[in-house]
Each structure stands twice: as structure tokens, then as C-alpha cells.
Design a protein around this ligand. Sequence first.
Ligand code: G3H
Ligand code: ZN
Length: 280
Amino acid sequence: PLVPTGELVTEAAAAGRAVAAFNVITLEHAEAVAAAAEEAGLPAVLQISQNAVAYHGHRLGPIAAATGAVARCSTAPLALHLDHADSWELVEAAPAEGFGSVMYDASRLNAEENLRRTAEAVRFGHAHGLWVEAELGRIGGKPGEPPLDAHAPGVRTDPAEAAAYVKETGVDALAVAVGSSHAMTERTAALDHTLIAALRSAVPVPLVLHGSSGVPDEELAHAVRSGMTKINIGTALNQAFTSALTTHLTDHPDPRPYLSLARAAVRGRAHHFLTVLSGV
Ligand code: G3H
Ligand code: ZN
């Protein structure tokens, strides 16, 4: 069933567990994650980024409706989250499209503007039943950033600043920069577990790890034990998707056989992450 994101994350935080949040680009991604969650007997978050919406012709409706329908049909508890949105229009559209939560991403702005706009997003979100995540610090490797910046360690989140930011904005969860970076194709990121523990004690809301594809399994498990609750995974599923296709494309004009392979590969990879995170 489709469940509220806040419910999944709050329950996980209270139990010292983590929730895996997987990025959905196509219907096959959503189907694969739902199948993996059912197989693992675990909940998961299906998240659609602003960037994925751009891929679908800047239309939120079709991919959100399809992903929401996959969640409703599933026997696993699945939440629908709008990821990395800085478009106010998208945030405003989210409640009617079935989202239980949004990540309002003002991390490119200076601290003062980030705080002001995020507080506004929280006011809107809470008035419309949305759980709101935001980012403080800069997690590198986002689309559109200069390549040189891509996997730089970024500006780490300061615990005292994070505590004040959460208090002033009213956000329900905080994405923090602790050594991970987006779009890594090798799992070589080293996390700052001392910083995670310091953030955990300073910040009263669940913490979110972005760029988790680049983090090795043992580091992910350690991060959960240190206090991270929502673990965002995108690139690793796309690697599974694409490598399942590359050997199969020549002489196979019908997309269904190869999309089935891609979907099965994503299902396997999502199942792997779910079991790593549940074994902590
Ligand atoms: O918000 C999405 C995640 O941070 C995914 O990052 O593609 O590097 O796993 P990733
Ligand atoms: Zn992210």
C-alpha cells in the first residue's frame, strides 16, 4: 500500500533502523523496487527527483501517477517522495499528485536564503499534509554542477548550525553532508562517523544520507548505527539497469524483453540494499 513517508521514517528512527529510499526514473524502476521490498518483507520510499520530472517532459503527473499506482498495488508499505525539488511549482503540485513528502533543496543558496525559503516550504508542506526534508551543507555531484565539483567532499554540515536550522525552519528531516557525494559509480566514499554521531545528538529530527550508491555496504551499516535514518540510493540502480541492457540490445527491437532484464537487475540491486540496511 501507499503509506505516508513520515510514518515510515519516524518508525525507523524510533527503532534505530533505516529506510531505503530509491530513485525512480521509469515505471520499471518502481516495479523493481516494489518487488524487492515485497521479497525482503520491508518498507521503502519511492522517490522522484525534479530531475526525473524534467526527463518526463517536465510533467510530474504521469510518472507520479504510475509510481503511486505501483505503491497502492504492492503488498509492501511504500511511500512516495518528491526528491531534490527547488521549483516552487513542483512543491505546490505535490499534494494533489499523491506525494506524502518532499525534499525542498535550497542548499545551493546562502545559509540565510536557504533558511528563509525552506521555512516557507515547511509552512506550505505542513498546511497540505506533507512531510518535508531539506539539506544543510553541500552534498556534491548533483546534476548541473561543474564537473570539478562533482565528487569533492563538499561543505560538511555543522552540528550547531544544523540544530538551529531545524528549529527555525521546522523541517521534519535533514539531509546532511558527511562525506558522501551523488552519482558515484564506485563505492569508495568514506563517511565521517564522528560527525554523524555529533549531528545525531544535536539534531532532533531524522537524518538523511544522500549519494548512498557510492558508500560501501559496511559503511552504510555503520552510518545507520551512527544515526542516519533515510538512505537515498539512485545511481546503483541505474548501473544495474543499464548493464543488464547493454549486452542484449543488438537485434532485439522489442523493448519488453530487455526492459524485463533491466527491471530484474534493478530488483536484485534494490533487494541487496534493503537486506544490508535491515541487517544492521
Ligand atoms: O537523492 C537521491 C540520492 O541522493 C541518490 O544518490 O544516485 O548517488 O545514489 P546516488
Ligand atoms: Zn540526493
